[in-house]
Design a protein around this ligand. Structure first.
Ligand code: CA
Length: 295
């Protein structure tokens, strides 16, 4: 996963700093918290992809943090890796009972921790039912929808990607980028709601990719409506200056500034009345091919 966000909860500043430096260098976005309460607040305000959680914290312990996160739907699926002391065997058991995904014992090996972090994030992505940023159905739920729809004849699958999302994130930062994704999900939802047929499916594959399943008849008009509305409304996510310019300025690694256009949609349609579909993998593969033609 590119730029996964880690929350490091550790009151020992030296360890916290080492973890921060190590995982930043690997390309992760890092937040730190030094107390349990702070960890809960930071998790609520900005959902991490994984939490590295020390057991002994100054206010309340890591178990309590874990228990509270697991108790709330929004945070219940965030992978947690506990940091435990070598002699705290019972810690591990209690942690695993609470639904910690893994634990490492201090003093820990950074490379081992890295592998555990990567593994836990991968597992969580596979199992994830909804996207944490938009709350839309994701992963397995999209797959289930496809299995159902492939039995039928009248349907169309729209593969939607946001062009220039990376340049927007680069200039405006990941918080604004997450906001833009939420904005996008609401915009697609609005367009679906105002169209005649209710009951279209909207999912978030992850990152800048969305999917809509609608009727064959409606698909092309829907595609155009989505592209038009997005191109217009997404401008509200840009600064006044950028809107006036009609472009954004993105510096590359060497500091050379490049002009980049605003975000737009590319949409690929897969419709079984236009091409034979054998299985659900074909739907997703063909839709990517179709989408790439739509620039
Ligand atoms: Ca501690």
């Amino acid at each position: 996963m590119e730029n996964a966000r880690l929350l490091i909860v550790e009151d020992e500043v030296d360890i916290s700093n080492l973890l921060k430096i190590y995982f930043s260098n690997l390309g992760y976005e890092i937040e730190t918290a030094y107390k349990g309460g702070e960890a809960l607040e930071k998790t609520q305000s900005n959902l991490p992809d994984l939490i590295i959680l020390d057991i002994n914290l100054p206010d309340f312990d890591g178990y309590e943090v874990c228990r509270q996160l697991r108790g709330k739907m929004r945070t219940s699926n965030i992978p947690i890796i506990f940091l435990t002391q070598r002699d705290e065997r019972s810690d591990r058991l209690q942690g695993l009972e609470l639904g910690a995904d893994d634990y490492v014992t201090k003093p820990f090996d950074f490379d081992e921790l890295k592998l555990r972090v990567q593994g836990a994030i991968r597992r969580a992505e596979r199992e994830r039912l909804t996207d944490p940023r938009t709350g839309l159905p994701s992963g397995r739920l999209i797959e289930e929808q496809l299995r159902e729809v492939i039995q039928k004849t009248d349907w169309a699958y729209l593969d939607i990607a946001i062009n220039e999302f990376e340049s927007f994130s680069e200039v405006y930062g990941f918080v604004a980028a997450d906001d833009a994704l939420r904005f996008t999900s609401m915009l697609i939802n609005d367009v679906l709601e105002t169209s005649e047929r209710k009951g279209d499916f909207l999912g978030h594959i992850g990152g800048k990719n969305f999917v809509v399943i609608t009727s064959s008849e409606k698909s092309k008009a829907l595609k155009n409506a989505l592209k038009d509305k997005f191109a217009l409304d997404i401008q509200s996510q840009y600064s006044f200056t950028d809107r006036n310019n009609g472009f954004i300025q993105v510096p590359d690694k060497n500091g050379i500034v490049e002009k980049k256009p605003f975000m737009t949609f590319s949409i690929g349609i897969v419709d079984p009345s236009e091409m034979p579909i054998a299985d659900i993998r074909e739907i997703t593969e063909l839709s990517v091919i179709e989408r790439r033609k739509d620039i």
